[in-house]
Write a protein that binds this ligand. Structure first.
Ligand code: PLP
Length: 397
C-alpha cells in the first residue's frame, strides 16, 4: 500500500482501483484498512514555537482531520488530474450555496440552467438576489446560444446534466467554451452521474459539485456535499469554506468515504438495472415517454454518449393522460418502490413531479402525469412485477 497516495501511481491505475486505494495508508494507522473516525476540535501543538508558526498538518477540527483528508484524497483521485482540491459541506445544497457565495459578489450576474435542482433556484432567487447578484435562467439546450445571454458582469454559468426531474442534456463543453471566452466560471451540479461517469473537470467545468447524500453515500443514511475545483477556482472555494465555517461531522465523512470504496460496483448495477427498467417501461402501453439519456430515443442521447461513460439509476417517465387519482392508486399499490425525496441509495423510489410552476426559461408540457423513478439494487424482475401491479391499479382507476 506504500504507493496508494503516490499521484504517479494513481494516474496509472484504472478508476475502479483508484476508488479502492486512494486516500488509504494502513501503515500510518497500525495496519487498519480504514482511517480512524477522528472526532476532534482542538489540535495540540507540541511547542510554543510550533504554535506561533502554525506548524502541523492539522491545526483545528473545522479545517480538516485525518478522516476528511482521506476522503478528499479519494475524491481527488476520482476527479482526475484537473482537480486541485475538494471541499466538504454538510449537504449537497450546502455545497451549492457555499460555491455560489465563494464565487459571486454584489453586482455580479449569474446564468443558471432552467432545469437546475429546484432548491438551487430558491437560493439564487432568495439569498443571492438579497446580496445583489442577478440570476438569469437559460434553456438547458441552449448550447453556444448562451453567448447572447452573457453580460460584461456575468461571473458564472451553472449547469446540471441531465436536468433535475426532466433529464434534458446540456452541451457542457460548448457552454463552457463560450463562458470561458467571456471570462465566466463554469459550475456543474454533477450529482446524477458522479465523477465516475462524468468527468466534469476534464470537460471545461471549473467547479463540480456533488450531493454526496445520493450515490457517494449510497445508503440513504447521510446528508453530505462535496465541491471539486480546478486550479483556477480552488483558491476561491478554499477561502469561501474557511470564511463561512463550512465543515461536516466525522461520522458522515467516514460513511461518505466508505461509499466511495463501493461506488464502482454500485453504479455499474444502477446503470444496468436502470437501463433495463427504462427499456421495459418504454414498451408499456401506460407509458408515453421515458426520459433517460442513455436510451437511443432520448433527444440528448448523443451528448450523453459523448460526455458520459455511464448512467445512474434515476430517470423519469411520462404516463398516459389520466387523473391524479390514477397515479396515486398506482403509487399506493407499489411495495418495492418507496415514495420519498432524495435518491441514490440501494432502494427503488417513485415520486410524482411537475415542473410547470417554477421553470421560467422553458415550458414544461410533458403531455401526461410524470413520475421520477430511482432504480435501486433489487432484482429487476421483482421491480417489474411491482410496477405491473402498479399499472393494473393505474388502469383500473
Ligand atoms: C439532492 C440534490 C441536491 C441537494 O443535496 P442535499 O444533500 O439533499 O442537500 C443537489 N443537487 C441535486 C441534483 C440533487 O439531486
Amino acid at each position: 500500500m506504500a504507493s496508494s497516495n503516490d499521484p504517479a501511481s494513481a494516474v496509472r491505475q484504472n478508476v475502479e482501483t483508484r476508488l479502492v486505494t486512494a486516500g488509504r495508508d494502513p501503515k500510518a494507522q497500525h495496519g487498519f484498512v480504514n482511517p480512524p473516525v477522528v472526532h476532534g476540535s482542538t489540535v495540540l501543538y507540541p511547542t510554543a514555537e510550533d504554535l506561533h508558526a502554525h506548524r502541523g498538518e492539522f491545526q483545528y477540527g473545522r479545517h480538516g482531520t485525518p478522516t476528511t483528508k482521506a476522503l478528499q484524497q479519494a475524491l481527488m483521485a476520482l476527479e482526475g488530474p484537473q482537480c486541485a482540491g475538494v471541499g466538504i459541506a454538510p449537504s449537497g445544497l450546502g455545497a451549492i450555496s457555499t460555491t455560489l457565495l465563494s464565487v459571486l459578489k454584489a453586482g455580479d450576474h449569474v446564468l443558471v440552467c432552467d432545469s437546475i435542482y429546484r432548491p438551487t433556484r430558491n437560493f439564487c432567487n432568495g439569498m443571492l438576489a438579497r446580496y445583489g447578484v442577478e440570476t438569469t435562467y437559460f434553456d438547458p439546450l441552449i448550447g453556444t446560444g448562451i453567448e447572447q445571454l452573457l453580460k460584461t458582469n456575468t461571473r458564472a454559468v451553472v449547469v446540471e446534466a441531465p436536468g433535475s426531474q426532466s433529464f434534458e442534456m446540456p452541451d457542457i463543453p460548448a457552454i463552457a467554451a463560450v463562458a470561458h471566452a467571456h471570462g465566466a466560471l463554469v459550475i456543474d451540479d454533477n450529482t446524477w452521474a458522479t465523477p465516475l461517469y462524468h468527468r466534469s473537470l476534464d470537460q471545461g467545468v471549473d467547479i463540480s459539485m456533488q450531493a454526496a447524500t445520493k450515490y457517494i453515500g449510497g445508503h440513504s443514511d447521510i446528508m453530505f456535499g462535496t465541491i471539486s475545483a480546478n486550479a483556477k477556482a480552488w483558491p476561491l472555494i478554499s477561502e469561501g469554506i474557511r470564511l463561512l465555517g463550512v465543515c461536516a461531522g466525522p461520522d458522515d465523512v467516514s460513511l461518505a468515504l466508505r461509499g466511495v470504496r463501493t461506488l464502482g460496483v454500485r453504479l455499474a448495477q444502477h446503470h444496468r438495472s436502470g437501463l433495463e427498467m427504462a427499456r421495459w417501461l418504454a414498451t408499456r402501453p401506460e407509458v408515453v415517454e421515458v426520459l433517460h439519456p442513455a436510451l437511443e430515443s432520448h433527444p440528448g442521447h448523443a451528448i450523453w454518449k459523448r460526455d458520459f461513460t455511464g448512467a445512474s439509476g434515476l430517470f423519469s417517465i411520462v404516463l398516459q393522460p389520466k387523473p391524479q387519482a390514477a397515479v396515486d392508486a398506482m403509487l399506493d399499490t407499489l411495495t418495492l418502490f418507496g415514495m420519498g425525496y432524495s435518491w441514490g441509495g440501494f432502494e427503488s423510489l417513485a415520486i410524482p413531479f411537475d415542473c410547470t410552476s417554477y421553470r421560467t426559461a422553458t415550458s414544461w408540457t410533458p403531455g401526461g402525469p410524470t413520475l421520477r423513478l430511482h432504480i435501486g439494487l433489487e432484482n429487476t424482475e421483482d421491480l417489474k412485477a411491482d410496477l405491473d401491479r402498479g399499472f393494473a391499479a393505474f388502469n383500473a382507476a
